[in-house]
Structure formats: C-alpha cells, structure tokens
Ligand binder design. Sequence first.
Ligand code: NI
Length: 224
Amino acid sequence: MLLHVPEILSRDELAHLRGALDAADWTDGRETVGTLGAQVKRNEQLPDASPLRAELGRMVLAALARNPLFFSAALPLKTLPPRFNRYHGGGEYGFHVDGAMMRSGDGHVRSDVSCTLFLSDPGDYEGGELVISDTYGEHEVKLPAGDLILYPSSSLHRVMPVTRGARIASFFWVQSMVRDDAGRRMLFEMDGAIERLRASGADEGAVLQLTGIYHNLLRRWADS
Ligand code: NI
C-alpha cells in the first residue's frame, strides 16, 4: 500500500527542522549502505552518530506518535530512528531494495514499511521524485514539505536526480505489528470505513460489531 499522510509536522516543527538541517554538517550517504547500494547512491546524510540526528529524529517520532492516520496504516511495532538525507547537484539514488533486517541497538528491526518525510518545498528543487515500482507499475512521488509517503519495503524504488536546488528529507523503516502488506491494507481500509460509519450516525450495534471484527482480525494477524 502506498499512502500519502499529509501534515505530519506543524509549521513550527518544520521550520525548526529545516533551520537545523540547513546549518548541519552532511557526510557521504554511502556510509549506511552495502556494496550494491553504494554503486547507485549519490547523496548526503547526517552521520548516524550525530547528536543532531538523534534530536531531530525524536521530533519526527513524536510527530508520528500523535498521527492517527499513520498509526492506522503502519500499525507500528518498532520504528527505526529516523535518518536525514540531502540530494543536490545531480545527486540521485538508483533502483534498489531496502535491506530486510536493520540493526538497531543489540537487535534487529524488520523493514515492513518504508517512509519518506519530505522536508523541502517541491518548488525549491527540480527532479528528486521518489519512484516506487510495484505490481501496478511505477509511481512518482513528490510531496509538500511536512508530508509523508508510506510504502511497502518490499518494493523496488529510486530517487531521480536533483538538477536544481536541494531536496532534504527524513527516511525511516517500521516493523509493523502486521507483517503482511495485504492484511495491513485491509485493516486500514476497515478502520477508515468504521470511522466514517460512526461519524455518519450509522446503527450503533452494527458499528460495534464491525469494531469487534476489526480487533479480532488484528488479534489473529498481529505480532507483538
Ligand atoms: Ni531505499
């Protein structure tokens, strides 16, 4: 499932993040990929060990935690600390797949859902589309600053060359309580439909029964 989650960040949070990132020290993005990724990746990142990355990452996680649409779509169990990247001067990231298991502390997090949080206004750069290839073809994504795209980590994807300006974004992976993308999608759609029924004043008993079914499916499919 490909989902656009608008306005993850408030205007104030976005301004704070951008101020800090515009003044930050960036390093070669190939620091955090394997040999295959290194051949196609040309961008910059905040170093993993940088205190600024940790601080800004916590801001992103706090913003996610208060977003019901993100929760409903991702059903997050574990979220890797967000990273930050910058593409400019022709920088790009060719087609690649994300690693399935990501090291985190002493253990690993399985990447089920990939997320990109756009931090640059689309008018500030040329190119830089995130292209996601799935069974339905290729999708080009370029969102307003503060908006997020969520997509299955199993997809092939790339970032087109940035030929003018700079594209700054945060990216991270989520291990979902529901590993299967199709199951997660059905739960997301059902949750949305129940919310709309409730808001429209539909029969309370039927809404309660559907809510019960949602939770029983989640109970059946979720890992904790
Ligand atoms: Ni990737």
